[in-house]
Design a protein around this ligand. Structure first.
Ligand code: NAP
Length: 303
């Protein structure tokens, strides 16, 4: 293997340490800590496990965390009233609504009801607009793209003038990371191409990339011959391709594969993220960072 592995698990630890130390300083000076509420509707096991991990991480970095679980038959009006309550709650800096919501509730309406200054997921149209404008306007970059950019920066990969190719144009990964990489500024200033299912000659675009970011959700979509030697390859894809017995717990667990043929790509790329253990751990980490930032904005703490 010639590529340098960019491990999200290691970067996560470093960032969580930094957050913990800043929380301690703020608590000492201002007597407050960031407050994060997670609203969970119903008992979907996958949602419960995501929420549990978010709460556990928030607790670890010293936040005040509230897990607000609501019955599956809560009305849309009651859920909107709950969000309004947390919008007005001075202790709360970040509001998360765990998706998916039950079918009788309009998800868009609920997410748009969150105060944009507490929207630490960064999905509110106001925050999407702020991201598009760039610079000082950006408050809460969406967490997975923010994690990707942080990994590229911490790996020491040059972004200024780099050819970045993003595979996928979703609102949660492809479009925002493309937008972030083209902004003028540190960890960006790149020339960006977005490719998707309507693109002709996908391979030709990928071959040009100094930084290749793949978020398609198709196992092994990117072949080794599509990778420019020495390129930085960020594999966002998480695809369940089977099951195995965990050596640690003896329980059945999913076998996960990325969108890049890792085994072959690692001998061609200069940098590469593994799956699992690459981009995955960064999302919740950046959620914590956004929640800290939310309190810092409120207290006018400039870094
Ligand atoms: P998505 O909403 O399904 O979007 C996938 C995008 O990839 C679409 O724009 C689609 O193009 C494009 N695409 C699919 N197949 C393609 C192909 N054969 N050639 C070219 N483009 C293709 O997915 P997403 O939410 O962005 O997620 C993408 C992957 O990242 C998934 O595996 C997901 O599990 C993973 N993910 C991981 C994290 C994390 O690790 N924290 C977070 C989010 C997502 P069209 O628009 O033309 O359909």
């Amino acid at each position: 293997m010639s590529a340098k592995l960019i491990k999200g698990t290691e970067i996560r630890e470093a960032i969580l340490e930094e957050i913990t130390s800043k929380v301690t300083q703020i608590k000492k000076k201002h007597g407050v800590v960031p407050g994060l509420v997670t609203i969970l509707v119903g008992e979907n096991p996958a949602s419960i496990s995501y929420v549990t991990l978010k709460i556990k991480t928030a607790h670890r970095v010293g936040f005040e965390e509230i897990q607000d679980t609501q019955p599956i038959d809560i009305s849309e009006a009651d859920l909107l009233a709950l969000i309004d309550k947390y919008n007005k709650d001075e202790r709360i800096n970040g509001i998360l609504v765990q998706l998916p919501l039950p079918k009788h509730i309009n998800e868009k309406k609920v997410l748009n009801a969150i105060d944009p200054d507490k929207d630490v997921d960064g999905f509110h149209p106001v925050n999407v607009g702020r991201l598009m404008i760039g610079g000082d306007e950006i408050k809460f970059p969406p967490c997975t793209p923010a994690g990707i950019q942080e990994m590229i920066v911490r790996a020491g990969v040059e972004t200024k003038g780099a050819e970045v190719v993003v595979v996928g144009r979703s609102n949660i990964v492809g479009k925002p990371i493309a937008n972030m990489m083209l902004q003028k500024g540190v960890g960006a200033n790149s020339t960006v191409t977005i490719v998707h299912t309507g693109t002709k000659n996908l391979d030709e675009h990928c071959k040009r990339a100094d930084i290749l970011i793949v978020a398609a959700g198709v196992p092994n979509l990117v072949k080794p011959e599509w990778i420019k030697p020495g390129a930085c390859v960020i594999d966002v894809g998480v695809n369940r391709v089977g099951e195995k017995i965990s050596e640690k717990t003896g329980k059945k667990i999913a076998v996960l594969k990325g969108d890049v043929d890792f085994e072959a790509a690692k001998d061609i790329a200069g940098y590469i993220t593994p799956v699992p253990g690459g981009v995955g751990p960064m999302t919740i980490t950046m959620l914590m960072l956004n929640t800290l930032k939310s309190l810092q904005f409120k207290l006018n703490i400039v870094e």
